[in-house]
Design a protein around this ligand. Structure first.
Ligand SMILES: O=C1O[C@H](COP(=O)(O)O)[C@@H](O)[C@H](O)[C@H]1O
Length: 228
């Protein structure tokens, strides 16, 4: 019998998910730095992971050896409040001494095509990374891979048009890129995610389910998302 590589773990609250996420990122960083002298991590966009990122700020990490990337980005000006990179900068990267040249945000202000092509080239030289963090939307999307949209093959970063969640233009890592890590950590909190989480666990063919099935994946969710 083939054991599922997707491990679902329930926590009491979103705060507990954040604390455990920060702990696992830190542990992955220490392991990677001990083994190869650097830590490469793809961060999730959205609001869910922000508390975990904020908790890392107080840790005594070997920040000079961290390299950060993004799983997806919205095509908006760099300082727009809905940019994933802006939110991460505000709660996390502006407060730790990671060298600026190690912060590899998606240049989505260039538009979906050009930004995706540039990020694809960058990723070709970087993958695999040590850890990939992801979130999940109410409709079961992850990164900017949305239900009903076709998935690009043979590239690592793809342009997105017509996303059902604003803004419609985005750039996303593809399953090819999201497979390129020893582990994925998917964070799901809040009652608005309950239906999608339940559907996923019952076997629905959602983008998040497909991505989780790419390899070893830990899904951290809270009581609110579970409905218990
Ligand atoms: O648009 C996006 O949505 C998902 C979920 O966001 P959240 O705010 O509910 O955590 C996120 O994972 C993705 O990166 C983001 O661009």
């Amino acid at each position: 019998m083939v054991e599922s590589q997707v491990q679902f773990e329930q926590f009491d609250s979103a705060a507990a998910v954040a604390t455990e996420t920060a702990r696992r990122i830190s542990a992955a960083a220490r392991r990677a730095i001990a083994a190869q002298g650097r830590f490469r991590c793809v961060l999730a966009g959205g609001r869910t992971p922000l508390e975990a990122y904020a908790q890392l700020v107080d840790e005594a990490e070997d920040w000079a050896r961290w390299y950060l990337y993004l799983g997806d980005e919205r095509c908006l000006p760099p300082d727009h409040p809905e940019r994933n990179s802006r939110a991460i900068t505000e709660v996390f990267s502006a407060h730790v001494p990671i060298p600026t040249e190690h912060l590899h945000w998606i240049p989505s202000e260039l538009g979906p095509e050009l930004a995706a092509a540039r990020y694809d080239r960058l990723l070709a030289a970087v993958l695999p990374v040590d850890l990939i963090l992801l979130g999940m939307g109410e409709d079961g999307h992850t990164a900017s891979l949305f239900p009903g949209q076709s998935t690009a093959e043979g590239i690592r970063a793809a342009p997105v048009h017509g996303a059902p969640k604003p803004p419609p233009e985005r750039v996303t890592l593809t399953p090819m890129a999201l497979a390129a890590a020893p582990v994925r950590l998917i964070l799901v909190t809040g009652s608005s995610k309950r239906e999608a989480l339940a559907a996923w666990r019952k076997g629905a063919d959602l983008p998040v389910a497909r991505v989780a099935a790419l390899g070893p994946t830990q899904v951290l969710f809270d009581n609110e998302a579970a409905g218990t």
